[in-house]
Design a protein around this ligand. Structure first.
Ligand SMILES: [Zn+2]
Ligand SMILES: [Zn+2]
Length: 296
């Protein structure tokens, strides 16, 4: 079995609308690429900040600007009109834990991905509100980032920790600490062990300036030693990105001796034996996907 649990049905473009993207035809496009790549288990995990209900958790200006959609309509669409697992990519908002817990528990999600995109009010991966423009050192940003990952894991709010070392997203365009980075990863490991969460292996980092999977192999190795299972995802924002670069991810998992992947249903986790990709995979599938644009 292969999974792709971190999918966005809509692009990050500000003008994108729910009505355009939450359609059966769009889901069919994601499904078509997944089946070409031998990925049976798909789940959608839209950003929580897209939804009006998220403003009860946090009123960061970025969230206020983006909170247009109705969370219950999203859940109803995924449940009633698709065969996708119903997930959500929720941020860890220190101080908003109770409100986030209510938002999540009031709905029947199959799984919740917990991501850290912000350190307090400052964004790790965006130009706007950027933490990199605050004059803080790379060491401080990395330390706070991995401490926050540990807190997110321990919070009990999430089933999966998303792109666990997103702090490296900018690659060489932002300063990074020198030397062995495991001293930062270590800051997250107690929380990961205590929180009983899965760690996401995401191929999205390969498509960013980081040019590396999330998390770095050393982080993944430490998480495995801490007892965390792996959830495999692409963080696709368009159909052709479904299962992107999975051959790379599967190579890494084989190297680390990982033979099972997490599968989620109604927030229960189980492990399934890891499957292989189809022989005719990735390279051709990306090209084919663009030809499947028509609604069916
Ligand atoms: Zn994210
Ligand atoms: Zn995402």
């Amino acid at each position: 079995m292969l999974t792709d649990y971190h999918l966005h049905l809509r692009s990050d473009a500000f003008e994108a609308t729910a009505a355009e993207h939450y359609t059966r035809a769009n889901v069919e496009r994601y499904r078509a690429v997944a089946s070409e790549r031998g990925i049976a288990e798909l789940g959608v995990s839209e950003h929580v900040y897209r939804f009006q209900q998220a403003l009860a958790v946090w009123r960061h200006p970025f969230w206020v600007a983006n909170a247009h959609d109705d969370l219950d309509s999203y859940c109803a669409f995924v449940r009633e009109q698709t065969d996708l697992r119903l997930g959500i990519e929720a941020d860890f908002v220190p101080g908003g834990e109770e409100e986030m817990a209510s938002l999540l528990s009031e709905r029947d999600f199959d799984y919740v991905i917990g991501s850290v995109h912000f350190l307090r009010d400052e964004a790790v991966d965006m130009e706007d509100f950027s933490v990199w423009k605050t004059g803080r050192s790379a060491e401080e940003i990395w330390r706070r980032y991995f401490q926050t990952i540990g807190e997110a894991a321990r919070s009990g709010l999430f089933d999966v920790i998303g792109h666990p070392d997103l702090v490296k997203v900018w690659g060489r365009e932002r300063p990074a600490p020198e030397g062995d980075l495991r001293r930062y990863y270590e800051l997250a490991m107690e929380g990961i062990a205590d929180g009983d969460v899965a760690v996401e292996l995401s191929t999205a980092g390969l498509r960013k300036r980081a040019r590396e999977v999330y998390p770095a192999p050393a982080f993944l190795e430490m998480s495995l030693a801490a007892g965390a299972p792996v959830a495999l995802s692409s963080d696709a924002h368009s159909p052709e990105e479904v299962g992107a670069d999975y051959e790379h991810a599967l190579g890494l998992l084989a190297q680390l001796g990982v033979s099972e992947l997490c599968v989620f249903e109604h927030r229960e986790r189980r492990l399934e034996p890891l499957g292989a990709m189809r022989a005719s995979d990735a390279t051709s599938a990306g090209g084919d996907a663009t030809g499947m644009g028509g609604p069916r």
